[in-house]
Design a protein around this ligand. Structure first.
Ligand SMILES: C[S@@+](CC[C@H](N)C(=O)[O-])C[C@H]1O[C@@H](n2cnc3c(N)ncnc32)[C@H](O)[C@@H]1O
Length: 278
């Protein structure tokens, strides 16, 4: 396990992932009934962009760094940026929320959050970072076992983020297996899988496997910051979301073109479509 998210926190891929996560949780909050949030590969929860790891790559500068002072942010950014502003009250961007902290701040008293992180050091920091909130639980186990270990939840509504490091060749396949495991246990599960856009051939197989999965509905949202023609670089990233709440598709149709314009590194583009339509 070499991957450490601290090198990449706040980059263009995090912006897409965290914006979508914030919208998912906000749309779920329209109803009073509680939801459970599960994060299979959680990282440490929050990041210091002035620390050594983030400074060495500087990836955040072409991600959240480009948006921080924008004066034309679409309204859909309000909650994501509300969390960022609360973490950086003096207006200087220094602290960045990982998915656990974002979910923690956007969820409500009645909601419950379970995070899993296998790296012992990151897991320890995550435990420390979440210890003050009794709605949270941190597990230090294998992320791929989370759907089988923790589903179904007592809450009828459940959002699961699957966000592995993609260090191993089989991780796209394991994402599809985890989606099937989750849907097999909770047919209404909202499962969001984040993936890097690099090798088109591998992705074609992934899309094909996803379209044959047992998800009742599956939305695909992608943001390219480069054309997709170089398998060695991160051309962009995507999320597939099972059973997306009503309203998400429309919101993403507004947001993705704006993000593509702001986060372009060479030629940017975006895509939003259904891998499984109702
Ligand atoms: C992309 S990062 C997660 C970032 C986080 N979801 C966020 O958005 O802030 C992937 C994390 O998975 C952890 N990890 C790697 N292999 C794992 C496994 N088999 N099970 C659980 N976690 C794992 C890594 O240590 C890393 O922290």
């Amino acid at each position: 396990m070499n991957y450490r998210h601290a090198f990449h926190a706040g980059n263009h891929a995090d912006v897409l992932k965290h914006l979508v996560l914030s919208r998912l949780l906000l749309l779920l909050s329209r109803k009073e009934a509680p939801y459970a949030y599960l994060d299979t590969h959680a990282g440490l929860g929050l990041y210091d962009l002035t620390a050594d790891q983030a400074t060495r790559t500087g990836e955040w500068r072409d991600g959240i760094g480009r948006l921080w002072e924008a004066d034309d942010l679409p309204a859909a950014f309000n909650e994501y940026f509300g969390v960022l502003r609360a973490m950086n009250p003096d207006g200087q961007l220094r602290y960045y929320p990982g998915s656990p902290e974002l979910a923690r701040q956007l969820s409500r008293e009645q909601d419950r959050l379970q995070f899993n992180e296998k790296h012992p050091e990151d897991g320890r920091l995550l435990k420390e970072n979440m210890a003050h909130d009794r709605r949270t639980a941190v597990h230090l186990g294998e992320g791929w076992y989370v759907p089988r270990a923790l589903l179904p939840t007592q809450e009828k509504r459940m959002v699961m983020l699957i966000d592995p490091p993609f260090e191993q060749a089989d991780e796209l396949e394991r994402c599809v297996e985890s989606l099937n495991d989750a849907i097999g246990r909770m047919r209404q599960a909202i499962v969001a899988i984040w993936y890097p856009i690099k090798d088109e051939r591998q992705l074609r197989r992934f899309y094909n496997d996803l379209s044959k999965s047992n998800a009742p509905k599956l939305l695909r949202a992608e943001l390219f910051v480069h054309p997709g023609d170089d398998a060695q670089r991160l051309n962009g990233s995507g999320l597939v979301i099972s059973n997306p709440p009503w309203g998400l598709e429309d919101e993403l149709r507004q947001i993705l073109p704006w993000l593509a314009k702001r986060l372009a590194q060479s030629e940017s583009s975006w895509r939003l479509d259904w891998l499984i339509a109702e």
